[in-house]
Design a binder for this molecule. Structure first.
Ligand SMILES: [Zn+2]
Length: 267
């Protein structure tokens, strides 16, 4: 007689699973904020307790739980009542939403693991590039190793050599641009493109470059119109992050699936 250990999960069980992923995603977002702020400054990640930036009050364990603590504390520090920036809670929620939507659209496939790795890298470098204008090797190197392992052992690209080819194209083209623009491209951007190339392959990494450049250009023009001033250096990292995530979602069919879900037909 066949004994069925696991039956197909019910809608409620799925709902529970996605709520769990969302909470996990917000906690990861909170951790990425900490990593992104501390690594460029060379601060210790483990030893130093999380604290209020204003009064240095060390946060209790429950104050570290994103969203929950924000609502409970009404967005203020428990000690000095200084307002906690909305950007923090926004970043944590965005992180939760992205982790959940990817899990929902890719289902529990091997690619979900690659997607979450990519998402983690992009969220961290967005923080480091905005706060410190840096994409540190300490972050790029572990993600580079992870990307190689995942693209060879977890979910290969089709054909498999698209991963090393993507690395070469990402690194090569950005290096060429850096040489041509005489330092207009930072070293961190070049290495980031090499890592993204492993995940995306040679074709999608080129599309990412074009899309990220267009986004940065549109942003610069917008800033010029509003502030009537052109900044000398705009961090490219956040645009690479948005561009590569959009390209990745397109490449893995997530847009199609989302469209199908909401409108009942493919794009
Ligand atoms: Zn405080």
């Amino acid at each position: 007689m066949n004994v069925q250990l696991f039956t197909t999960p019910s809608t409620y069980e799925y709902l529970f699973f996605y709520i769990y992923i969302f909470i996990l995603g917000t906690c990861l977002g909170s951790f990425f904020l900490l990593l992104g702020q501390r690594i460029p400054r060379g601060e210790d990640i483990v030893k130093k307790r999380s604290h209020c930036e204003n009064c240095n009050h060390a946060l209790a364990f429950w104050e570290l739980i994103p969203l929950f603590s924000y609502i409970l504390l009404k967005g203020k520090c428990r000690n000095c009542h200084e307002k906690i920036g909305f950007v923090y809670i926004g970043f944590e929620c965005l992180s939760g939403i992205l982790f959940t939507s990817t899990a929902f659209l890719l289902k529990t496939t091997n690619e979900t693991l690659v997607a979450w790795t990519l998402l983690s890298l992009l969220l961290i470098i967005t923080v480091t590039d905005i706060t410190a204008q840096k994409i540190p090797n300490k972050i790029l190197l572990p993600f580079c190793i992870l990307a190689i392992i995942e693209r060879f052992a977890v979910q290969q690209l089709n054909p498999w050599w698209f991963a090393p080819a993507g690395f070469a194209v990402g690194f090569g083209v950005l290096l060429l641009l850096a040489l041509l623009s005489k330092g207009g491209m930072a070293g961190g951007d070049i290495k980031l493109f090499a890592v993204l190339g492993i995940v995306l392959g040679p074709i999608y990494i080129m599309i990412t470059l074009v899309l990220a450049s267009i986004l940065a250009l549109v942003y610069s023009i917008g800033e010029l119109i509003i502030k009537k001033k052109l900044r000398k250096h705009i961090p490219f990292g956040p645009f690479i992050a948005i561009g590569s995530w959009l390209v990745y979602c397109y490449a893995t069919g997530q847009f199609n699936d989302a469209f199908l879900l909401f409108f009942g037909s493919k794009i």
